[in-house]
Structures are given as C-alpha cells and as structure tokens.
Design a protein around this ligand. Structure first.
Ligand code: ATP
Ligand code: MG
Length: 416
C-alpha cells in the first residue's frame, strides 16, 4: 500500500548512495490500517543534491526547505534529515540556519543532521518511524511502535519546550488524539492548557491551514470538544468563548450539530466546505452583534451586514480565511434573512441562488440545533420536492399570508 511514487523516490536516492526512508504520517497510518493522506520521504541528501536526480523537482519553503518531487499526481515531499542543534553548536552551518524568537519559537530550521537527529526533532513518537522499502524494515528511535500498540500520543523531548518551539504542535497533539482515538500521555498533556495562548504567535495563514485539518478530518466533533477542553478553541475563535459560556445550549449545540453533519458528509464522501463550518461557528456572534445594531434602530439587513463584516474581520486576524470562503459565508448569512420572505416570485428566485443549497442546509442546521424558525426548513424541503405548479401555489399562499399580515399592521405616521 506504499505509493509507487514514494518507493521510486526512495529507490533512486538509494541508488545514488544516499540513505532514504518513507517517514511520518504514512508509516503511522499504514501500521494502523488507515489510508495515508500523503507520503513523505526523508533522506541524508541535501536539497541541492536531491533536485538534479529528478526531472520534475523543485525546492520550496524558507522556514523549512523541502523538495517536491512529482511523478504522477500527488507530489512526494522529500526532506533532508534535520538536527535539533542550536545555533552556534553546528559547525557546518555557521549557526545561522536555525532561528528562534524570544518565546522560543523556531522561525527557521535548516540545520541538517543524521537520521537519529531527524527522529528527535519530529513532533510525536508515532510520527517518527522510518520505513525502508528495500528490506521492508522499520527504524524506530523513540518507541513509536510501542506507542502505536498502546494507542498513545506522546510528544518527543521536553513537552513545554517542544510546544514553545512550534505552538502548532499543541493542535497536532489534539488532532491525532481525536483522529486516531488515542490517549494523550500525561506529561504531554500537562502543559497544553498553560501554553494555549502561544497559538497567538502562529501566523494567521498557517493557523487557518491547521484549522482545516482539524475540522475536515472526519472527526470534527471529537476534535472540537478536545480543543475546547484544553482551552485551544478559545484561542482559535475567541469571539465565541463568551457565547459558549453565556448561552451554553444554543451556541454550542449549533456548532456541535455543524460538526456532526460535516463528519457524516465526509464519511459518505460528500463535498464539504470550510465556508459552511466557519459560517456555523461564527453565526452566534453575528446574530448577537446584529441584534445590538438592530436595537440601535438599524434595519435587519443593515445590522446583519455590519455584524458580518466585523465578525469576519476579527476572525481573519487570527485565522486567515481566504476570500473564496468568506464570500460564501456572508451569502449564507444574508440568505438566512431572505429565505423566510418567499412570497410571489421570490421563492423561485431564491431557489436559483448559487448559494441556495448551502443556505437551506444552514436553515436545517439551525432548526436541528433547537432554533424555532416556524417550519421554514420543512417548507423549503417541500418546495424543492414539489412540481412547478405546486411551487407557484406554495409561493402564492405565502404572498396571501404576507399581505394579510401587513394590512393588519398600523401604518407609521409620516413625519415629513
Ligand atoms: P497527516 O498528513 O495525516 O495529517 P502527518 O503526520 O503526515 O499527518 P504532516 O503534516 O504531513 O503530518 O507531516 C509529516 C511529518 O513531519 C510528521 O509525521 C512529523 O514527523 C513531521 N512534522 C510535521 N509537522 C511537524 C511539527 N510541527 N513539528 C515537528 N514535526 C513535524
Ligand atoms: Mg502527511
């Protein structure tokens, strides 16, 4: 089950006298009987030595140089063995290839080393297994095989130091615990809560990438609760932390339901988009803020729009959600206001809106989470199943209701 491309990369490197192994998540997943997402190769060849051996290869990254080798579809990531040596200790590099901030965070990590050096700078023991396809052997420098057997997540080295070096490791620990159903070992677990605030040192684009892996793993719900438990979720979506406390039931059941639905869709191989998840996570904040603006005398549409803009810009400063996702999020929210107004020709026009499907799913989600929308989801379900003639009748009936209701309302006296 090892990809042919990965085996080919290892073989070519070995033929040129280098050491090379399949490493990381793919070895772990294969040992657990799971299908690996991607294949990584580690070698003692330097990036500049790797590149000329392959026709389609390019060096990428600065913080962490990697060679992407492409044969067929997915590129194979080839990394050179790295060392944990601190600047100055390493004679070969002049000490300027590894950089650290004053909080201990690594900003550059290109000091090369031996295979055992490389093993000790990986994050978890279960991610530090090296597989050699030429003799079918696994090299285990950190007790990773034992931890796979006992289903344990254990960070390598001193946990607090390793988390400070790269706070994304806090999230990786939780991600693998939830995804694999493993238990986080005690000394690994202990500093997580205290160091959660270090996530603010992670760049917003990287944090966004990591949230995708967390929420789109098929174990989003379990991941959400673990993140919440360790105080990590508060760091990732701080706008929500008060609401999760204040209005315990509604906000958290909406998010819980969103993850439940997403997990089911992923397991059924259906399409999922981060826009929908983020729309759900931020909806309680948007509603909360929109209500305030409406209370100040603004129209519902204006209030929603203003609230949406503010909530998104706050979130984007933490996780850089790209515009191709924030645009659909706003459309889903806008449509929450429009979908109840479905009289006359409106129903047909709404049902043809490019974001209708997502907005309708969002209505169902809100209802599942316990919000009372007066049968709105059910109405739209029936509408979509109805014949054209019936659809017109349904829309007309809405119109009648609308008109009657409007007539009963006393008119505002004109002021001008
Ligand atoms: P998956 O691809 O299933 O999400 P993975 O373990 O392969 O899981 P990758 O992000 O592909 O994760 O990383 C490949 C390997 O690189 C990891 O298995 C680990 O050994 C190492 N690694 C990745 N990120 C870090 C990190 N932040 N700190 C230390 N080592 C890391
Ligand atoms: Mg991987």
């Amino acid at each position: 089950m090892i990809s042919r491309d990965a085996r080919k990369v290892v073989q070519i490197l070995q033929e040129h006298g280098f050491e090379a192994y399949v490493v990381g998540g793919s070895v772990r997943d294969l040992l657990l009987g799971l299908k690996p997402k991607d294949f990584d190769v580690a070698t003692n060849a330097k990036p500049a030595e790797i590149k000329p051996l392959f026709r389609r290869a390019r060096i990428i990254g600065r913080r962490f140089q990697i060679v992407h080798v492409q044969f067929s579809r997915e590129p194979i990531e080839v990394t050179t063995f790295r060392s944990n040596a601190t600047p100055g200790q390493d004679k070969n590099t002049g000490g300027n290839r590894r950089q650290q901030t004053d909080t201990g965070m690594l900003t550059r990590d290109n000091v090369f080393g031996s295979i055992s050096d490389d093993a000790s700078r990986r994050d978890l023991t279960i991610n530090a297994l090296y597989y050699d396809p030429s003799d079918n052997s696994i090299h285990d420098f950190a007790g990773g095989l034992e931890d796979i057997d006992s289903r344990t997540i254990r960070i390598m080295g001193d946990p607090a130091t390793r988390f400070r070096e790269d706070p994304v490791r806090l999230l990786r620990v939780v991600r693998f615990a939830a995804k694999l159903g493993f238990t986080i070992e005690r000394s690994t677990e202990k500093p997580i809560r205290k160091l959660a605030a270090d996530l603010s040192h992670v760049s917003p684009p990287r944090l966004f990438d990591e949230t995708l892996k967390l929420f789109m793993s098929g174990q989003g719900l379990a991941t959400f609760w673990l993140l919440h438990e360790y105080g990590l979720f508060d760091q990732m979506v701080p706008q929500l932390s008060n609401l999760l406390k204040e209005r315990e039931s509604q906000s958290s059941s909406l998010i819980e339901q969103a993850f439940t639905n997403t997990d089911l869709r992923i397991r059924a191989n259906k399409r999922v988009t981060p826009a929908f998840i983020y729309a759900a996570m931020l909806w309680p904040s948007v509603q909360h803020l929109a209500k305030q603006y409406q209370g100040q005398g603004n129209s519902p549409a204006y209030a929603l729009n203003k609230a949406a803009g503010e909530v998104i810009s706050r979130q984007v400063s933490i996780t850089a959600i790209p515009r191709r996702f924030t645009m659909p999020m706003r459309e889903i929210w806008d449509l929450q206001l429009l979908l109840p107004r479905r009289g006359g020709q409106r129903a047909k026009r709404l049902s043809e809106h490019p974001r209708f499907r997502a907005a309708y799913d969002f209505v169902l989600l809100r209802e599942q989470a316990g919000e009372n929308l007066e049968g709105l989801g059910d109405w739209w379900t029936r509408y979509q199943e109805a014949s054209e003639e019936e659809q017109q009748q349904m829309a007309n009936a809405q119109n009648q209701d609308g008109k009657k209701r409007r007539r009963r309302k006393p008119r505002k006296p004109k002021t001008d």
